[in-house]
Design a protein around this ligand. Structure first.
Ligand SMILES: Nc1ncnc2c1ncn2[C@@H]1O[C@H](COP(=O)(O)OP(=O)(O)O)[C@@H](O)[C@H]1O
Ligand SMILES: [Mg+2]
Length: 346
């Protein structure tokens, strides 16, 4: 039984650009898949193919049990789409925008009005409901766009970079709304450039690069693939590097020639892969103490999604800069990529 969103071998070329090079996806009903990848990886093209906006050259796609290429109209009635390029009408008020969507879906005027009020409340737009969307800030437009996608509570939702360009507070607010939505049983495919967004919202993460899914799993599974936990020790005296390194070797999961203990001389730092968590850490500290090796720092480091991304793609994930609450902000798709680091968990 394929999931609520299923794709097999999707290929799409634009001229000589292969935007999709055989994308496979399977999203079980009621779960969230995070499609994670750098600019140009093929995220938006995947979403556009799955939502009937674009016809792939090859492949198969089934959404909510319906064949996307044979019955696009039926698919459209079963999905909600919140785009990277918001579908908000500037010259209508927030309330009118939402009511219009309801009417497009053939809701009765009264029901459409009630639904609009509910969503305006939920998305903190009630105060601005009767202003034209033209006067809205970037964050407010995003929220209106998302609300518009939810007018008919579709069983399957697609969100293309829903929080790109938002400031952290607005991003957090949207995450809360998305979580609420998903707890109601909606299946969601969400694309993002933000590693912690995928970590936070998605059950499963598919890493996309150059039009292909290069890895898929839960955040923990992907992190485990990247090599599990490590101990990092920074010794106080340069002369102690040797002794500390020999000691860490004894606890290492791997030999020095198989990616085991690593020494960074200039930082007086020694790292080795281990398993055993805090208990092992305590033992290492005792042993260092017994040998009179003074340390400046010691910690357990687990791989972050950043490490996963780096090891899979050979380059760091990039995210667009935050452009805050400027009216009309958050619509541009050009990535002035600023490297985005997630703090390492120690
Ligand atoms: N309409 C189009 N015409 C030409 N090239 C396109 C078009 N849409 C996307 N592309 C190209 O396809 C690749 C994937 O783009 P896209 O799916 O938008 O990536 P992402 O959403 O991951 O940033 C990029 O190289 C992009 O330039
Ligand atoms: Mg995109």
């Amino acid at each position: 039984m394929p999931g609520a969103i299923y794709a097999e071998g999707l290929v799409k070329t634009f001229g000589d650009v292969k935007a999709l090079d055989g994308v496979d996806l399977d999203v079980p009903e009621g779960t969230v898949l995070g499609l994670l990848g750098p600019n140009g990886a093929g995220k938006t093209t995947s979403v556009r193919c799955l939502t009937t906006l674009l016809r792939p050259d090859r492949g198969k796609a089934v959404v909510a049990g319906i064949d996307v290429f044979k019955q696009p109209d039926a698919v459209r009635r079963s999905i909600g789409l919140s785009g990277q390029f918001a579908a908000v009408d500037e010259y209508l008020t927030g309330r009118e925008n939402l009511q219009m969507v309801g009417q497009l879906y053939q809701m009765r005027a009264k029901a459409a009005k009630a639904r609009a009020d509910e969503l305006l409340e939920q998305f903190h737009l009630a105060d601005a409901a009767d202003r034209t969307a033209k006067t809205y800030s970037g964050g407010m437009r995003r929220r209106l766009d998302l609300a518009a996608a939810l007018v008919v509570s579709p069983p399957v939702m697609f969100m293309d970079e829903p929080t790109t360009g938002l400031d952290p507070r607005n991003r957090q607010q949207l995450w809360d709304v998305i979580k609420q939505l998903v707890s109601g049983g909606t299946t969601l495919l969400l694309t993002t450039q933000y590693l912690e967004e995928a970590d936070h919202l998605a059950h499963d993460i598919a890493v996309v690069d150059h039009g292909r899914v290069i890895a898929q799993g839960t955040s923990d599974q992907l992190k485990a693939r990247t090599g599990g936990e490590r101990v990092e020790v920074v010794v106080h005296e340069r002369e102690h590097i040797q002794a500390a390194s020999a000691l860490l070797d004894r606890f290492s999961l791997r030999g020095p020639d198989q990616g085991g203990t690593k020494v960074e001389e200039h930082m007086r730092k020694i790292t080795t892969p281990v398993s055993g968590g805090a208990k092992l850490l305590a033992e290492i500290i005792r042993e260092l103490d017994v040998r009179g090796i003074e340390i400046d720092d010691i910690g357990l480091r687990r791989p972050t999604l950043d490490d996963v991304f780096l090891s899979l793609t050979g380059h760091a994930a990039e995210a667009e800069g935050e452009d805050g609450e400027q009216p009309g902000a958050g619509q541009s798709g050009t990535g002035q990529g600023r490297p985005h680091r997630k703090e390492a968990a120690t």
